[in-house]
Design a protein around this ligand. Structure first.
Ligand code: FEO
Length: 397
C-alpha cells in the first residue's frame, strides 16, 4: 500500500511525485549511488489544474495516492515535458483516474507517447514553442528544448510564479528529504554526475537553451529528478561552466591491467605527472563507478587509456571505456594510449577507431611487449612530458 507524500512549493504548486530511495541502476546502465526521485508537480489555477510530468511506472500508486490525498477531483491537463518512461510511465494511469484530462505536449513528444505508452491521439493537445495555456489566474508557457534529454524534450514555465519546470535538465539523481537544494556541495556533485551521464553529449544544444533562458525571469527551477532550486543561479552557473569550451588542467587515466605490465606503465605515467604537479585522476576500470569516470571527463583536458591485449584487441573494460568516452563527447583536447601485449594484436587501431566522435589530438601511443623494460618506461616518461605540457596549456593565468 503506497503512502502519500505531498510537499507544497508555492501557494499553487505542489510536489506530488515520488522519492525512489532504493533504486541503484537507471536504464540498466547508470549507477545511482544515492537513489533518485521522479518529481511530478500539480499546479492549481483558478479555473483549471495541470499536472506537470508524472512518475516512473513503479511509483504510479504513490502519485495517485498523493493526488487523492490532496483531494484532487479533476485534472484538466497533464503536461508532458519528456516522453521517457521515468516521467511518462504513470500518465496512462492518471488519464484513467481523471478521464477528462488531456495530455499537453509538443508534436514530437506526442508521437513518442503514442508509440511508447499507446495513449490514444484524442487525448492530446499539441503546443508549439512559446505557446501558452491558461489555467485561469495562472499561465503555462511552453519552451521547446530538444535534446535534454531526447529530441522531444521541452520546458514549461509558470508565468505568474516564475517557476521553470525542466524535467531532466538541471536534475540530479538524488533521493533526499530536502525539498530545496540546501546541501550545496552534495547537490552540486549529484547534479554534475547527472550532467556527465545524461546531458554531456548534448552540451552544444544546452548552450543554446541557456542562451534562450537568459531573458526569462526565473525564481525557481523545478526539475523532475532531485531537489528544487529556489536560488537558481547556483545550478545555472554550474551548467554554464560545464557546457563551456573551457577545460581544466586535469588528465584522466583510465586503465585495466591483467598481470601488472600495464599497471607498471600507468604508475610511471602518474609519477611523471605528479612530478610536474599535474592534476591526475586515475580510474581502475575493473572497480570504478562509470559515473565517477564520466564526472572527471566533464572538465578534463585529456585522457590516457591504458590496456593489455586480450584475444587480439583491447581488454573489454577498456573497450567499454572507449565506447563511453566517444558516446559522451567530453570536451577533451587530447588523448593517448598505453598498450601492453604478449605476441601481437590491434588494440591501438581498435581504440583509435572507437574515438571518432572526438575531434582531439592523438598523442603517439606507448606500445610495449611483455613487462616494460627501462627503455619502455622512458617512453612512458616522454608521454608524461607530452601530456604535462598539453595540460599546462589549459592552466589559467
Ligand atoms: Fe529522467 Fe530522460 O528521463
Amino acid at each position: 500500500m503506497a503512502v502519500g507524500n505531498v510537499r507544497r512549493i508555492t501557494d499553487r504548486v505542489y510536489l506530488v511525485g515520488a522519492i525512489d530511495w532504493n533504486r541503484r541502476l537507471f536504464d540498466e546502465l547508470i549507477p545511482l549511488p544515492e537513489g533518485t526521485s521522479y518529481n511530478s508537480y500539480l499546479i492549481e489555477g483558478s479555473e483549471s489544474s495541470a499536472l506537470v510530468d508524472a512518475v516512473d511506472p513503479t511509483k504510479t500508486e504513490e502519485l495517485l495516492v498523493n493526488l487523492r490525498g490532496l483531494g484532487v477531483e479533476k485534472i484538466d491537463y497533464v503536461v508532458s515535458n519528456h516522453a521517457e518512461q521515468d516521467h511518462s510511465g504513470a500518465i496512462p494511469a492518471v488519464l484513467n483516474e481523471y478521464p477528462g484530462a488531456k495530455v499537453v505536449t509538443n508534436r514530437r513528444c506526442k508521437e513518442q507517447l503514442m508509440e511508447l505508452l499507446l495513449i490514444p491521439e484524442e487525448r492530446f493537445i499539441v503546443v508549439e514553442d512559446g505557446g501558452e495555456l491558461s489555467l485561469g489566474d495562472r499561465t503555462l508557457r511552453f519552451i521547446l528544448a530538444p535534446w535534454v534529454h531526447w529530441p522531444e524534450t521541452m520546458l514549461t514555465y509558470l508565468v505568474e510564479d516564475r517557476v521553470l519546470f525542466t524535467c531532466d535538465l538541471f536534475g540530479s539523481h538524488l533521493a533526499t528529504s530536502d525539498l530545496f537544494a540546501r546541501d550545496r556541495s552534495g547537490v552540486y556533485r549529484a547534479a554534475k554526475r547527472y550532467y556527465a551521464e545524461i546531458m554531456m553529449p548534448f552540451r552544444k544544444a544546452i548552450r543554446g537553451h541557456l542562451n534562450k533562458l537568459e531573458d526569462l525571469e526565473i525564481k525557481t527551477i523545478a526539475p523532475s529528478h532531485g531537489p528544487i532550486y529556489d536560488e537558481p543561479g547556483f545550478i545555472l552557473d554550474a551548467y554554464r561552466e560545464w557546457v563551456s569550451d573551457e577545460v581544466k588542467a586535469e588528465v584522466v587515466v583510465a586503465y585495466v591491467s591483467m598481470h601488472g605490465s600495464t599497471q607498471a606503465m600507468v604508475d610511471r605515467l602518474i609519477a611523471g605527472l605528479l612530478r610536474d604537479n599535474r592534476t591526475v585522476k586515475p580510474f581502475n576500470l575493473t572497480v570504478t563507478d562509470v559515473g565517477e569516470l564520466a564526472m572527471a571527463l566533464v572538465d578534463a583536458a585529456g585522457i590516457v587509456l591504458a590496456t593489455p591485449t586480450v584475444l587480439g584487441g583491447a581488454h573489454p573494460s577498456a573497450v567499454y571505456a572507449a565506447y563511453l568516452v566517444n558516446a559522451l563527447r567530453p570536451k577533451l583536447r587530447f588523448a593517448s594510449l598505453i598498450v601492453s601485449y604478449g605476441w601481437g594484436g590491434r588494440a591501438v587501431e581498435q581504440l583509435k577507431g572507437m574515438l571518432t566522435n572526438l575531434r582531439i589530438e592523438l598523442l603517439d601511443p606507448v606500445v610495449v611487449k611483455g613487462y616494460p623494460k627501462e627503455g619502455d618506461l622512458e617512453a612512458v616518461d616522454r608521454l608524461a612530458e607530452e601530456v604535462s605540457s598539453r595540460v599546462g596549456r589549459s592552466e589559467g593565468p
